[in-house]
Design a binder for this molecule. Sequence first.
Ligand code: C2E
Ligand code: CA
Ligand code: CA
Length: 557
Amino acid sequence: MSNIISEIKRTILVVEDEVINQEILKEVLSTKYNVEIASNGIEAIQKLTKSITPISLIMLDINMPMMNGIDFLKKLNEKNIKRIPTIVITSEADTELECLKLGAIDFIKRPFELPEVMLARVARLIELFEDRLIINASERDELTHVYNKNVFKEYVKMIEEYNPNDRMDLNVLLVENLQVIHELYGQEKADEVISHIADELKNNVKVYDGIVGKLEDEYFVMFHKHVNDYNELVKRFEISLEKYGVSGINLKLGVYEIDDKTVDIDVRINRAKLSCNQVGKFSHNKYLAFNDISQNNALIYEQLAYDFHNSLMNREFIVYYQPKYNIENKPYICSAEALVRWIHPTLGMVSPKLFIPLFEERGFIRDLDHYVWEEAIKNLAQWKTNNINIVPISLNVSRIDLLDDSIVDILDSITKKYNVDNKYVYLEITESAYNSDINHLVEIITKLKEKGFKIEIDDFGAGYSSLNALTTVPFDVLKLDMLFVKEMYSNDKTLKVIELVSDIAKYLDVILVAEGVETIEQLNQLKKFGYSVIQGYYFSKPLSEKEFVYLLGGKKC
Ligand code: C2E
Ligand code: CA
Ligand code: CA
């Protein structure tokens, strides 16, 4: 304790009915402390609620008339004034456990110990408790007594470390319209309401072994075991608020179910908060899960579109590589597909499934693709310089890129800039591209092939124009759409189509690739049908450049 604080004379409340004991304790304690006496529990409660000087410690007898020690402890708990450390004076050991459970922190047995021992013990307990209060104050939000954001984050890390296998959720709750309470009833009532909500949250997350923290404004954050039914949880909050007599408050809950524990905690909080801010905009539900908004939320799209140019400038787009394996004999890496990832500053890694269609719609895709192509070709050049056995890299080409004749010169100038042979660059053109002006497309693809680039038809079988594309567009590789592999065993027809595509590839003498291969059964079946190249989680997920280089270094192609 600091000097100034330790100089203050503290007050001890002795709750004891026997006058002789009152006198002994008063005599010992008053050498160092102010002493207040209460003869039973009821008197003690009155003193505690009315006393202006703060009580630093309570010494409590168990056997008393009117309200005994046990009932007094219970009352303290109920009234939420249990923060005062309490020493129980006892001669019966069997009540000790009950007293401890009710919050007592130590015992003094009768007959009393030596005065110096008792004083030292009391001083130590007060000191410990006050230190704890100081720590608590810096750990906790002043008004609501839940953890502040930094401490909350530390606890999340700790809980995860100790329970690595538990499925957890991180949620953000917004208390809306608190301002209305403030206007109508004043600051004190608004503070009371927010504290009540904090208490309710603490009680509720306890059920799921969780913790609560306070963010800025009227946002709370929670971390607890996975909850299946959030409707039920939100309803429980609302009922408890109604019981409390508060109306007009609106609660919004943003849910982030943690599927990847490597995602930074700030990012998780942002994701949950983003969901929270969208609650009510698209449905009447009181909660929204991040995973759901990423599918169909117009507002997140707006944010992503708004962020695009800055993010491109800040190099937030990173190229990953998913290896493709030749499986004719012993599998080896024969090429890889470049797949873009967006490491968004607040949302973390955003999937291309979310932003590619958006960028196509908004006309940003050209800029992004040119950037990705250059990054990948630059990587190829670096690998070559570092004496790594390079493999061809497939670049995704959006149909919008193909509307522009300059694509041929753009690609050719990038490979020239980095001195990479064009034969190392494959271009994956998704089947839907063949819906547009087919003559123009054939013209551009022919030029690309003349320059030495290889052409892959991506997602073959997914659209309507497959057969048309096969007969008119010159290409080198046919890549079966993932859905066929996924549904390989759902019916006989799918299996037949997969085999038929293999026959077509043989007939046209093109390389045949299957992607989305996750299991050994799928792999064996495809091998049987003559598929020579396989891409999918069975062999590898898309990898960061560093991981991919490591893989390349270890194997020869
Ligand atoms: P895609 O070209 O069909 O790429 C394959 C997608 O399947 C990738 O998703 C990949 O991560 C995923 N995948 C790979 N193996 C498996 C597997 O075994 N099981 C399952 N379920 N999925 C697997 P990703 O990276 O999310 O990309 C999604 C789509 O975004 C791509 O589909 C592509 O159309 C587009 N895309 C990605 N990067 C670019 C880019 O740089 N430019 C353009 N224009 N589009 C891109
Ligand atoms: Ca592709
Ligand atoms: Ca594909």
